[in-house]
Design a protein around this ligand. Structure first.
Ligand code: SKM
Length: 163
């Protein structure tokens, strides 16, 4: 959360002339409501079910850029679908940057707590190995301009799949 997935994903899609999807927004559009409501009514488990279905569907599409939710890597099915169907980039950032970017965002139920720093620390300890296990590239986004990050991703992808 707060690593810049949506901003960088959208910019990357524009640079490459590809369609952009954000799995969180797609889940909300299909449910006709927002993520906090889904967490309230269906719990995290209900949200993860919806997330898995959306990621399975979107990763079957060719020539798109997909930004996933930060917790998508928790499910093995998601890790497998992402890894086997696309080029996966892990945007890595510091807790400070995550706190700054998510401070005023009420749309992240897991961070609506007294101590978001402790939550973020616990999440990254659990998730960092999962991100690394299914990604092709790790890019640090701390204090970097989105365009520089996007250029790194494009350079890497061209090396993988020369035109
Ligand atoms: O997918 C949303 C949701 O708030 C859960 C989440 C997470 O588990 O890190 C991140 C958001 O993108």
């Amino acid at each position: 959360m707060g690593a810049g997935k949506s901003t960088i994903g959208r910019l990357l899609s524009q640079e490459l002339g590809l369609e952009f999807f954000d799995s969180d927004r797609e889940i909300e559009a299909r449910a006709g409501t927002n993520i906090p409501w889904i967490f309230d009514v269906e719990g995290e488990a209900g949200f993860r079910q919806r997330e898995e279905a959306v990621i399975d569907e979107l990763t079957r599409l060719d020539n798109i850029v997909l930004a996933t939710g930060g917790g998508a890597v928790k499910r093995e099915a998601n890790r497998q679908h992402l890894q086997s169907r696309g080029l996966v980039v892990y945007l890595q950032t510091s807790i400070e940057q995550q706190l700054e970017r998510t401070a005023k965002d009420r749309n992240r139920p897991l961070l609506q707590t007294e101590n978001p720093r402790a939550v973020l620390e616990a999440l990254i300890a659990e998730r960092d190995p999962l991100y690394r296990s299914c990604c092709d590239l790790v890019v640090k986004t701390d204090r970097r301009r989105p365009r520089g990050v996007v250029n790194d991703i494009i350079r890497f992808s061209r090396r993988q799949q020369p035109l």
